[in-house]
Write a protein that binds this ligand. Structure first.
Ligand code: PGA
Length: 252
């Protein structure tokens, strides 16, 4: 079941998403959060930091597993997703860094690293709440459109459109890694609860196709239609091609 909330703009989306994640932490202080990187969750992380600073949230028992990491980038590389997480969230709250996990994109054996990561998620008892962004092409994590849904954490070749979209964060497009380690669609689907956030007109087609179109690995996020507990919080622009009538929340 998918519940879609319409937020007025990016700020409102971020606030609502932070409330949602905070509720999870309050309900289960030692929960396992699946976290995402990208431009979309930055506002959400800012609000979570604020809640912590205001004494309203305690991360001391929280565990985190991130969706993905670029192949070849070490954790101290400013473009790595480990660096992103430290910068936007972990360095500012009372989380134990040893309880935060991101794939190692520099592992000698990437295949073994994928297996290790999948086992790690299992050993933590699975993900309670997985936060997702969505790619312009409907990808989740770095699971790109394909002939089949990926089952577990794996090495993914990034599509031209993803490399293009992510190049804005690099000095030059030639510096964007062409491969990443990512949870599989199957890994994501095993999370007990999923929160997908989206903002802006570039996401309109992806949101419409994922939640109102066919379930197909050509649109990886469409697999979420088969999950029993998905919440989408998106702003008006991202939802402009979805018919929600006058409603601010619908169930599909
Ligand atoms: P973005 O990326 O938040 O930077 O738009 C989302 C994604 O690619 O999953």
């Amino acid at each position: 079941m998918i519940r879609i909330y319409k937020a007025k703009d990016y700020e409102a989306m971020s606030h609502m998403a932070a409330d949602f994640i905070a509720s999870q932490i309050i309900l289960k202080p030692n929960c396992v959060l699946g976290l995402a990187t990208g431009t979309t969750p930055i506002g959400t992380y800012n609000w979570l930091r604020k809640k912590y600073e205001d004494g309203r949230l305690d991360f001391s028992e929280v565990h985190t597993v991130n969706l993905d990491e670029y192949v070849g980038l070490a954790g101290d590389d400013p473009n790595s997703y480990r660096y992103f997480m430290n910068t936007y969230l972990f360095d500012h709250v009372n989380i134990d860094k040893f309880s935060t996990h991101v794939e190692d994109g520099t592992a000698k054996s990437l295949k073994k690293e994928c297996q290790r990561y999948e086992k790690l998620i299992r050993s933590l008892g699975g993900v309670d709440l997985q936060l997702l962004g969505i790619g312009n092409n409907g990808h989740i994590g770095f699971c790109e459109p394909a002939d089949a849904f990926s089952r577990v954490t794996h090495i993914e070749n990034l599509t031209e459109s993803t490399i293009q979209a992510n190049s804005r964060l690099f000095e030059d497009i030639s510096q964007v890694p062409t491969r990443a380690l990512t949870m599989g669609v199957g890994t994501i689907m095993r999370a007990r609860r999923i929160l997908l956030i989206a903002s802006g007109s570039a996401k309109q087609d992806a949101i419409r196709d994922s939640f109102f179109g066919d379930i197909t690995p050509r649109v990886p996020a469409s697999a979420l239609q088969l999950h029993q507990d998905v919440t989408v919080i998106a702003d008006e622009e991202a939802l402009a091609k979805c018919d929600m009538g006058d409603d601010d929340v619908i169930v599909v």
